[in-house]
Ligand binder design. Structure first.
Ligand code: ZN
Length: 113
């Protein structure tokens, strides 16, 4: 449930590109702003700081399923962002749009063996 700061070499190229593309004049009057970027598995938070015209950024990431606060009964699909609710027949919370399933941690561990 928390953001982890990541170093430059961990930042995916598409996130770096998005940072490049952010309008530079945007911080006028607001010395700091945040931008949330959605990847396939992780959500990235870019925090921009304006410091004497020098724009600095920090990047944080967290698992999409944590970001969207998905629980075993309902939540937001971390894959396609559809709101999902568990139906009677579902063994797990299942997104009926893309097929993503929320599995309890014990199930996820079991699948490794
Ligand atoms: Zn989905």
């Amino acid at each position: 449930m928390s953001w982890n700061k990541i170093e430059n070499e961990e930042i995916p190229n598409w996130v770096k590109q998005a940072i490049e593309d952010m309008p530079k004049g945007r911080t006028a009057g607001t010395p700091e702003f945040e931008e949330i970027l959605h990847g396939d598995t992780f959500v990235y938070k870019v925090v921009m700081n304006e410091n004497n015209e020098y724009l600095k950024h920090s990047v944080y990431k967290q698992l999409k399923s944590d970001y969207f606060d998905t629980n075993p009964q309902e939540g937001t699909c971390p894959n396609c962002q559809k709101y999902v609710k568990r139906y009677k027949d579902d063994n797990y919370l299942t997104c009926h749009r893309c097929g993503w399933q929320y599995k309890p941690l014990t199930e996820r561990i079991k699948n490794l063996f």
